[in-house]
Write a new protein. Sequence first.
Length: 339
Amino acid sequence: MKNVILSLTVASLLLFTGCGNKSESSAKENSTKKSLSKEVVKETTNLDTVAYNKKLQALVNGDTTGRWPVKPQPYPQNGAILPFHRIIAYYGNLFSKRMGVLGEYPPKELWVKLHAEMKAWQKADPTTPVIPAIHYIAVVAQGSPGKDGMYRYRMPDKQIDSALTIAKMGNAIVFLDIQVALSNLKAEVPLLEKYLKMPNVHLAIDPEFSMKEGHRPGTKIGWFDAEDVNYCSNYLAKLVKENHLSTKILIVHRFTQGMVKNYKNIKLHPEVQIVMNMDGWGAPYLKHDSYEAYIHHQPVQFTGFKLFYKNDLKNPPHHMLTPEEVLKEKPRPIYIQYQ
């Protein structure tokens, strides 16, 4: 089975261009949307295990391999978003138009587009309410070494705060994404703790730019081991318990076999829900094959699927998959990311 899939171009991820978008208020949008993040916490504080199991089984989507739903797995603690809701996320960085949709549009226009995508997903699967997310790259791999030689740039607080303000406009949850480059998660994750203590902020990590052998980011595809994923989930679980927070979500990007090693050793916690996100662009059949090989065949807990407004359209007649097409996957992704 052909399962090779292209990632983002190096230039797309390593080049900063332009300025960050200024946050704008949107009273009309806020008046038409209730606080979804608050509703989610309220709805799932007292977990209905029967409903939870039923939703897990629905995500299986007729798969008969026995891999899904993942067993054993703990019931989430409280405030669990998944699998009761599907997350529709916009990805990027405010410093660059080339890194994703977040840097391409002013906030008002961004929310018009994201609300349109949410409507399409809700229509495709009326049984699973959708909630929006802003997926912001808070630590960015770059082509130059920087002062400490780590080839990564940490976003200043004011930029992260801008992402949080944009999220607030649409009552969205937030993911802070880390590309460690030559650094490591133990050095980067704690620096975001004040944000991760916020009830609506979650974490994402990108193995593609984890250069454990010392290569410059973009020259080869990096990787994380189960130990790296476990460090993050342990860290989040500790934050949840110590600060009486609702359940956190950890996104792990993946589009090759080698990007996540020893997946069977990834540990699950009641306080953290882990999503393996199929993060790669290409023709529809390549995206399906990659999802089949690296997500379906190597189950962890929940699954995600990334869609590219531009790169998925390369080499016509390729097209960006529709919600209906993505929902044919087994298991059905519960986290959807647009770049």
